[in-house]
Design a protein around this ligand. Structure first.
Ligand SMILES: Cc1cc2nc3c(=O)[nH]c(=O)nc-3n(C[C@H](O)[C@H](O)[C@H](O)COP(=O)(O)OP(=O)(O)OC[C@H]3O[C@@H](n4cnc5c(N)ncnc54)[C@H](O)[C@@H]3O)c2cc1C
Length: 413
């Protein structure tokens, strides 16, 4: 397996469950560690759009049993199997549906007509008043009567906590004593709030991406104060990403997968074996099959490589395909469903035109990948996750394709 994002982990899970020995080579973090904790099967805007067009509530599709089994083994996601679907609140002030969520995020799916409190804190990026006002103004919040209010309560314990990163603050909440302290402060705040709003008690508390770096501490805090407490969904770089990294290590240990922290450089066929070359070790690794799960442009599996990168001081010698797999391998790239072609301009494709989604079409940066119908790119070489061309860039899509690739790779040729 190349890559330790959710596609690489699910491929390893399926291959081990099919009886294969697995070596996993990974260069480090990818998109799975960068996301904010929402777990989607299809892009959530599509779900909202479909519900609007059909005039029906957002549906919750059932999950294949192997996807649910992988999620249970990973242990960090809640993927409910009955309605209502989870809704998460973004730090930019939107409410949006998700198929599931990291267990640290607050699920607002069942909180119609309720008051949600956001404690104020003097941290850059956490303006509780602005976030509460924007969330209250979200069309969905207005339709369901959900209201968000900022409140005063001390949630930072030490002076440096006004400046440290979300990840560092999340790590402090891995300490049970700190969660107990926070629970006390919140109980005090809820008691004062109940005096001001005796007829409308608060129903939940929304916090920043701060509740645990090694594991989600939201549930423990919720039990302490008797109300759901959870995190907001942030754009890039979250405590949920750190929790994925922590879960990844435990997951691979439990599966007894050999892990090599290195960058893959090439995959070649040698008779009926696949040979892998790595950056830091001249010894080649031989295997019966390989799964490329190195992520897309965000994860480092696909690189943007327009002709002008080789131009030197003059024009490049020739036009070229403007993207490349980040390793040498006998596979072809595609953009969407069509093959990827040499660009007419020596400067590469017009990013202004192709790098943004247009209507329902994803941006080229999210559609480019390895051409591998059914997940097989060449004999013995399988592909999964964001590195696959023309598949949605979501966690559950990456898991489903990883499980399929892992099973296929474990079959005798
Ligand atoms: C900012 C952001 C927000 C997102 N938000 C959501 C969301 O809200 N909901 C949702 O469902 N999805 C979201 N996604 C998409 C989701 O995270 C991805 O679809 C999914 O994580 C892809 O998993 P993967 O395993 O295919 O790739 P990755 O997680 O990118 O893993 C790729 C792995 O390959 C390794 N690698 C790369 N090159 C090499 C090499 N040469 N040698 C060895 N290893 C290599 C990397 O180090 C990494 O371990 C988001 C993505 C990003 C970037």
């Amino acid at each position: 397996m190349l890559g330790a994002g959710v596609a690489g982990l699910s491929a390893a899970f399926a291959a081990r469950n099919s009886g294969a020995d697995v070596i996993l080579v990974s260069a480090g973090a990818g998109a799975s560690s960068l996301g904010g904790g929402a777990v989607d099967d299809v892009p959530w805007e599509e779900r909202m759009h479909a519900a609007r067009v059909l005039g029906s509530p957002i549906e919750l599709h059932s999950l294949p049993a192997d996807v649910a089994a992988f999620s249970n083994a990973l242990g960090i996601w809640d993927l409910p199997d009955r309605a209502p679907p989870p809704f998460v609140a973004t730090i930019a002030g939107r409410l949006r549906p998700a198929r599931g969520r990291d267990k640290g995020l607050l699920d607002l799916g069942a909180l119609h007509g309720k008051r949600v409190l956001l404690p104020r804190a003097p941290r850059a990026g956490w303006d509780a008043d602005a976030i509460a006002a924007t969330l209250s103004d979200d069309p969905l919040a207005r339709r369901t009567g959900l209201r968000f209010e900022a409140i005063d309560t001390p949630i930072l314990r030490f002076a440096d906590e006004a400046r440290i990163s979300d990840g560092d603050l999340a790590a402090r909440h891995d300490d049970p004593a700190r969660i107990a302290w926070l629970g006390e402060r919140m109980r005090e705040a809820l008691t004062s709030d109940a005096r001001v709003h005796p007829d409308e008690p608060a129903s939940a508390v929304l916090l920043g991406s701060w509740l645990g770096a090694r594991a989600a501490r939201a549930e423990e805090l919720s039990e302490r104060i008797g109300l759901p407490v959870g995190e907001v969904l942030v754009g890039v770089g979250s405590a949920a990403g750190l929790r994925f990294e922590a879960a990844q290590k435990k997951f691979l240990d439990a599966l007894r997968v050999q892990r090599i922290a290195d960058r893959a450089v090439s995959l070649v066929r040698d008779g009926d074996r696949i040979l892998l070359t790595r950056a830091r070790d001249t010894a080649k690794t031989a295997a019966d099959a390989a799964v490329i799960a190195m992520g897309g442009v965000a994860g480092g599996g696909i690189v943007y490589d327009p002709p002008e990168h080789d131009a030197g001081e003059d024009l490049p010698a020739r036009g070229a395909i403007p993207f490349a797999l980040s390793i040498d391998a006998p596979v072809a790239l595609a953009l969407g469903r069509g093959p990827l072609d040499v660009v007419a301009s020596m400067h590469g494709p017009e990013l202004d035109q192709i790098a943004w989604p247009k209507d329902a079409a994803p941006s080229a940066l999210e559609a480019v990948g390895v051409h591998a119908p059914g997940g097989r790119a060449a004999p013995g070489i399988f592909v999964a996750g964001d590195v696959l061309a023309a598949r949605p860039r979501t966690l559950l899509e990456a898991v489903a394709s990883g499980l399929r690739a892992g099973r296929a790779a474990a079959q005798p040729a």
